[in-house]
Design a binder for this molecule. Structure first.
Ligand code: OAA
Ligand code: MG
Length: 543
């Protein structure tokens, strides 16, 4: 029997009580006589599609997930391409922004700075129904490209975990969505009477670090089998806490490592196609990053392994990469640079700042342009046209989320390259017809990576998540295209195959964990690849 959390009121405070979920087939007399599962699927889809806005669809699906999780996940798996833009990017962004207004019932775990010194008691409140295996933890400080949303970040943790369940078959009861309330610097929320978090500005980093140390320690004590995914922390804290905890606990940062891995994967497939068209060796690619935050630098780091796998040295690989931040091209003699940008600062340029993106493109002559800036429309028609003039098949990845912050639309990328673009975006765009040919946009979103990476790390019972495991997830994804998908020039597989893809990625991740010696499930070492793949698949929960 599964258990659901039911909110109850006690002395004016809303508390969670564990309540047994009604059995799948309630007793005779308690449901309409002709309630049929299959017809009910159609009924739910009709109700969903009848809603007038995406946020209404989000609210409907949240309710469905709470009172009928099996139906929710069954439909999610059947209609992945229709569901993900609602339960995840882009609608989840709006759900976060409106969380305090649309809030209906508690879901997930909240720990606030006021709990410092007694975080254990907060974690203990979580019902031990099943061993917790995966938690997505955010502090709401940089939700997608939407900025500091404070406690309103909770839906991002919830949304990511729904994809763990749907995409990798993690049991719903072994997931813990967590939002930390460390204040918010967004005045609008501080002034909002309905805001659900503390009305306090964010605490300084030293205080936050004391809190995080206690939190991570207590998490490892309360949930010994737990993998932690850090999500949407502001750039400096994203790097800080990944480095601080990665050798101590099984953790990874989705925005740095997950995004890095998914872009590497799409880039591998795009670079193969681009090099086939240009005749240039793979090692000749030059990648320009527009945006140098946690995602930009994380992706740049990950893309270096594209070149090192092709035989270049670290130094040579780093040389293939250029960063642009709000001040223009990032180079060493420009002036003081934030620590995370220094590694990629160019030393071969010493002139005056090159501020304008078009000028940087003309100077660098990149084969690939990556957008991680959250600046809508930054890839202007002339930037796109210049990319097309420089390359027979330019690689253009506007990766900022959600859709409205994308650096360009798929339509613009197609129009201004005359259909000759290798495209992937962070948020979904529709396919389109160009001169009688259907063109399909790739969605370079970390949702392709984290379910499989997490599943592999969980099954191998990893003590930590190594760079080699992240790289394995990326190569696993790149190599999971079917011949039909390759014929369609897709950069990513079709999302409907997410379970198959996640199983394949998990297998590669387990093997990488074994090579790195961080696995603690020795039984898996003795399995052949096909046995391991069958084992991974057999571990998936099915609605
Ligand atoms: O959630 C997404 O769609 C991708 C992501 O991690 C982000 O943009 O922060
Ligand atoms: Mg994120």
């Amino acid at each position: 029997m599964t258990i659901v959390l039911t909110p109850v009121w006690q002395n004016g405070v809303q508390k969670l009580k564990m309540a047994p979920q009604p059995p799948p087939r309630p007793q005779h007399g308690l449901t309409p006589p002709e309630l049929d599962d299959e017809v009910h699927e159609t009924r739910c889809m009709t109700q969903l599609r009848g809603k007038v806005s995406d946020i209404e669809r989000y609210i409907y699906l949240s309710a469905l997930k709470q009172h009928d999780p099996h139906m929710f996940y069954r439909l999610c798996l059947k209609h992945m391409a229709e569901f993900t833009p609602i339960i995840y990017t882009p609608t989840v962004g709006q759900a976060c922004q409106e969380y305090s207004h649309n809030y209906r019932r508690p879901e997930g775990l909240f720990a606030s700075i006021k709990d410092k010194g007694k975080i254990k008691s907060v974690l203990r409140a979580w019902p031990k129904i099943d061993d917790a295996r995966i938690s997505v933890v955010t502090d709401g400080s940089r939700i997608l490209g939407l900025g500091d949303l404070g406690i309103n970040g909770m839906p991002i943790s919830i949304g990511k975990l729904s994809l763990y369940v749907a995409g990798a078959g993690i049991r719903p009861q072994s997931t813990i969505p967590i939002c930390l309330d460390l204040g918010t610097n967004t005045q609008k929320y501080l002034d909002d009477p309905l805001y659900l978090g503390m009305r306090k500005r964010r605490v300084p980093t030293n205080e936050m670090t004391e809190f995080m140390d206690e939190f991570m320690h207590e998490m490892s004590v309360q949930f010994p089998k737990l993998l932690v995914q850090f999500e949407d922390f502001s750039t400096d804290h994203a790097f800080l806490y990944l480095e601080r905890y990665r050798n101590q606990y099984p953790v990874f940062n989705d925005d740095i490592q997950g995004t890095g891995a998914v872009v590497l994967s799409g880039f591998i497939n795009a670079a193969r196609l681009a090099s086939a068209a240009s005749g240039q060796p793979l090692t000749d690619h030059r990648i320009l990053f527009f945006g140098a935050g946690s995602a930009g630098v994380g992706v740049a780091m990950q893309l270096m392994s594209f070149f090192t796998l092709e035989g270049l040295s670290e130094e040579e690989a780093r040389n293939r990469i250029y960063l642009v931040d709000t001040q223009g091209l990032v180079y060493a003699s420009r002036g003081e640079l934030a620590e995370h940008k220094q590694y990629f600062a160019r030393t071969d340029y010493t002139g005056p700042p090159i501020k304008n993106l078009l000028d940087v493109v003309e100077y660098v002559r990149p084969t690939a342009l990556m957008g991680l800036s959250t600046t809508s429309g930054a890839f202007s028609p002339d930037v796109i046209q210049t990319m097309a003039a420089l390359n027979p098949l330019p690689i253009i990845f506007p990766l900022s989320n959600p859709v409205k912050l994308s650096e360009c639309t798929f339509e613009d990328a197609v129009r201004f390259t005359n259909g000759k673009v290798l495209f992937a975006s962070g948020s979904p765009f529709h396919e389109l017809e160009h001169r009688g040919q259907m063109l399909y946009p790739g969605q370079g979103n970390n949702m392709y990576i984290f379910p499989g990476l997490g599943l592999g790390a969980i099954l191998a019972r990893c003590s930590s998540v190594t760079d080699s495991m992240v790289e394995a997830s990326s190569l696993g994804l790149a190599n999971s295209l079917t011949p039909e998908e390759e014929d369609m020039n897709l950069l990513y597989p079709q999302i409907e195959r997410i379970r198959e893809i996640s199983a394949f990625i998990a297998m590669q991740v387990i093997r990488a964990a074994q090579t790195a010696g961080v696995d603690r499930n020795a039984d898996l070492r003795r399995m052949s690849d096909s046995e391991l793949l069958a084992f991974v698949t057999s571990k998936m929960w099915n609605p």
